[in-house]
Design a protein around this ligand. Sequence first.
Ligand code: GCU
Length: 666
Amino acid sequence: MKETGRWTQLWLAYDSRRDMGNGVYFAQVFFDGFDIMDHRIQNAWAELAEGLERMLGISPVNSKEAPADGGFIVRRQEGIKAEGYGIIQEDGILTLSAADENGVLYGVFHILRQIALEEPLEGVHITCHPDNPLRMLNHWDNMDGSIERGYSGRSFFFENGEILVDERTRDYARFAASVGINGVVLNNVNVKDQATWLITDRYFDKVSEIARIFEGYGIRLFLSLNYAAPLELGGPDSADPLDKAVISWWKEKFTEVFARIPNLGGFLVKADSEGRPGPFTYGRTQADGANMLADLVKPYGGIIIWRCFVYNCTQDWRDRKTDRARAGYDNFIKMDGDYHDNVILQIKNGPMDFQIREAVSPLLGGLMRTNQMLEVQAAQEYTGQQIDLCYLIPLFKEVLDFKTYCKPELDTVADVVSGRTFGNKLCGMAAVSNTGNDANWTGNDLAAANFYGFGRLAFSTSLTAEEIASEWVGMTYSNDETVKQTIVRLLMGSRETYEKYTSPLGIGWMVTPNTHYGPSVDGYEYSRWGTYHRADHLGLGVDRTDTGTGYVRQYHEPNASRYNSVEKCPEELLLFFHHLPYTYRLKSGKTLIQHIYDSHFEGVREVEEMIRVWESLKGKIPEDSYALVRERFERQLYNAREWRDQVNSYFYRKSGIADEKNREIF
Ligand code: GCU
């Protein structure tokens, strides 16, 4: 593996010597029941050899026979769940058992993680299997090399209409596999121009090269599809899902595509959303569109992942009844049960759009007879763009832990999307990826915790955000307790800090239009996107109760009543559900307006404190990382001050109510 500097290897850098005690098992490695020529097994072996060499300075030896004492056995064992593994150490032997090759890969990465974290392998006795069948990364990479909502440089998959395949492709696959990712969508959901041609001869060879690399790491390749492809690729002059000519065009197309691209899992489709074409154009339903494609990919074992991000993006701001938060549910709930069994509905959370705080999408668990998947965004579009620190795992965790009440038990979002609730096999989690071709992959070194964390969480939803953070720091920086605790503390507080200096109590938005970085309180207030805060001189918030847009009724009880009531509504979501006067008293005793002022001052103070905490790490972590993150914090502080002053001034001017503490507001 090519070494091009520390940060290029992320949490797999394995750059320092670790506790030697863990090395004793690897003098002889014996594969029992697995073909050592299999691509995944070869990669697992290469990872093991590389990791052991770097961390312990030892080279494992592949043995032809089972070691009698002192060795490592990788054994095929039926009865272990798909992609799962067991690791047992007894009588001098370390055994990794798995039912399939992915299990071997994940087990090897588990062992390497344990060595990196200097946790003894002695006496280990664990079994582990993924909670979610599908654990996917969605790349919003365009073929010109740009990345929609990318904050880490340009695409490492595409440049100038060409597909890139190099060392980075492999490294990316290694990182993804090391945290259990088993599906990757290569191109942006907004499929335009050259990307429409990814399903043609022009690109088959290169896409196949990537697909083969992925296959070696247990990752299936997916492509985003242009729903109007028949029209754009010289097929019939329609994309009507019930039109025979359209159906036979797709049929032929899929025969060709699946024959030419190995390891293709299927397609992701953004239809009838933000100007993208879809079945609505032809007076057909979303189910008509999804099912037509699904039936045609079925013979190849393919699946269709259909996004539910369908809403009216040409709304009139004067209209107080149309509610973007409602749209996903309104558009998809009616056809619950109509989707064919190889369709998965991918549900963006939140129901508005990846804000720092939103209610959980009511479609999750609202749908009860349809395969469903949770979509989150690791790319920090609205959450600081990898300049500001915002560790998102606590937010993802909150969504997973949300009780939907769709059933008397096993009713959390984690239960629903893992298949435990309704027994689905096709379900899971997807994240919009935060990677790019920056040397450190994620722009901000600390943003790699979101890449790592998403994978780990999708694999094991019961891990805590703190456990994940601590693992990531141990693997990336060091196991030194001070370093670990310091960085974990920074990560764990970062989401709330970000929330404090941006938009209060679930109201969201107030961002600069288009770029979505930095404040612009009214930036989207009179626009067509349905993203309003509805502030006037008396109060603010969106009334989504029975007397407002009625959105609350999309939840099962008791959630619906809880959100409907000002008293019972969780306070952090108050303005998401209610329009309230500035003088409304929160549980803290503070008025709403005072809360806005206080939290914004507090948010900036917390960023200043974060910088001091980071500075305490100087000399304890590599200087290049120290300096890079220090510089990002400086920009974050600037951004936080801007947010504080614009938001506070805005609400002071609207309300005319002074800050009780008489601080500077403009
Ligand atoms: C957001 C984002 C867009 C993206 C869209 C989506 O609106 O700003 O860039 O295309 O989400 O999820 O499809």
